[in-house]
Structure formats: C-alpha cells, structure tokens
Design a protein around this ligand. Sequence first.
Ligand code: ATR
Length: 279
Amino acid sequence: MKLVFGVFGDPIGHSLSPAMHNAAFSALGMNCVYHAFRVRPEKLGKAILGAEAMGFGGLNLTVPLKEEALKLDFIKPDPLAKRIGAVNTVVFGKTGEIRGHNTDGLGARQALRDAAVEIEGSRVVVAGAGGAARAIAFQLAADGAKITVINRTEERAIELATDVAAAALPGKISGTGLSGLKELLRDADVLINTTTLGMHPNTDATIATAEELHSDLTVFDIVYNPLETRLLKEAKAAGAKTVSGVLMLVYQGAEAFKLWTGVEPPVELMKKTVLEALQ
Ligand code: ATR
C-alpha cells in the first residue's frame, strides 16, 4: 500500500506540489503518493486528524490554512512556525504527536544562496508584510540580514518588524510605507517582492521599474505565475541579478520532504517538473 502525503488548501486545483513531490518519490523508488485536497478552514482540524488516523505520511498546508493551523491545540508548532504565525508543513510523529513547521523561509534562503547572495550583513528590502513576508523576514533576520520591510499598509510593515525585533535575532529590521522604496533601493543589496503585484492576471503590475533598480542588486520575486514577472524583466533591464519564485517553491517543498522522510530529495528534478508544469 502506498504511503499517502497531501496538500490541503482552498482553492487547491492549481497546486504544483503534487507533480513536484510525486516526481521525487518516483525517482527515489519510494512507494508514496502525494495528492491535493480541498479543505475549508473550518474543517481543517477534522481533516488533519483524519489524515493522521488514516496513516498519512505528512501534509503541506497552503492558502488559507497556514495561519488556521496554529489555532488547533493538537498541533505542536516549532518555535519558528510559532513566531511566523503560520504552518506550511505538518509532521506526524511516531508516538502520535502532530508537529507544525514552516519551511517557507528556508525555501527563500536557499533560493538566495543559489544566486550566491551572502545573506549575513546584506541590506534586504522585503516588499509586502503578509504571511510569506513574515516567513522570509524571520529567516533572514536569523541569518543576520539588515532588513527593511516596506508595505502599502505601513502599520503591517511596522508590526512585522516589531515582531521580528522582539525575537532578538542577529539581524536588524525596520518597517515603513511604500513611499520610501526608491530611496531604500539605492543602498540595497537585495529586493524581495512578496506582494501579489505582477501575479497573473495582473501581469503588468510591478513594485519597482528598471530606473529604480541597479546592477548591484539581486531581485527575487516570489511570484512565479507568470514565470518571468514584470519585476524580473525590469530587473534584467537594470542589469540586476534575478531569482525566480519557482526556487522558493521547490526548496520549501524539499525541506518539507526532508522533515517527513528524512531523505534528501532530488531538487533538480523537482525544479524541472515545476518549470514544465508552468510552461
Ligand atoms: P501572503 O500571506 O501570501 O504573503 P497577503 O497576506 O495577502 O499574502 O499579503 C499580500 C501582500 O501584498 C500585502 O503586503 C499587501 O499589502 P497590504 O498589507 O497593504 O494589503 C500587498 N499588496 C497586495 N496588492 C497590492 C498592491 N496593489 N500594491 C501594493 N501592495 C499590494
């Protein structure tokens, strides 16, 4: 019998996780299968307990369930997931415990490392203050980055920066409104877009244009639909290094895979599978 893994979300029809994980299981000759399940927030508790009762190997959670999971008292979040306020990976322990992790920040870190970005001491502008921004800010602060969170709703940026600062991590962080972006970018090493700007179907939108970017900058857009966002095009036009959001997707999945199985997954194959699905 195959060991079943799954991703819960709503909507979930377009998830790339089943293709990515099933490719990895096949390549490794593991008798496992990964499915997508539509789960409404109010049913999350029942769905997770049901999966545990049925002997699932592990779960991913996606929109709108990541924050919901922390409201369930039977999930034991690790310190990072607790700080972020969101769980994207559920691990079923051998003795019945259900653990919540968040691998989004690790995914972003690995994507930046692939681009040879030295995170410690680098000046990073994180645009957006939603769940993805929280995961990235906590991780990069732990790695010693100097972060400015910049957001349309300034209070959210300040709140995120305050939360990260309270964790007393090695990095530095502050939060501000969008109007300061141009000036901030002049002295920045990395720009990470975590806002929905540029995402299909609003592909013309961008947080910054080529004139505001420069060639010493690494521009990382976590939006991967379309594959080359307007922001990444603007970054190329400015001579900046670019990092695709596909990498964060693949690496957060790879970290989840390791947590469930203890096995190192074939990330190049996972990347290829996701890229093919997005063509
Ligand atoms: P997630 O949890 O996936 O990161 P989210 O919580 O919906 O997503 O956050 C989306 C982010 O995109 C927010 O930072 C949002 O800004 P606000 O906090 O001001 O809402 C940002 N965003 C969405 N549309 C935007 C737009 N048109 N211009 C600027 N920022 C935008």
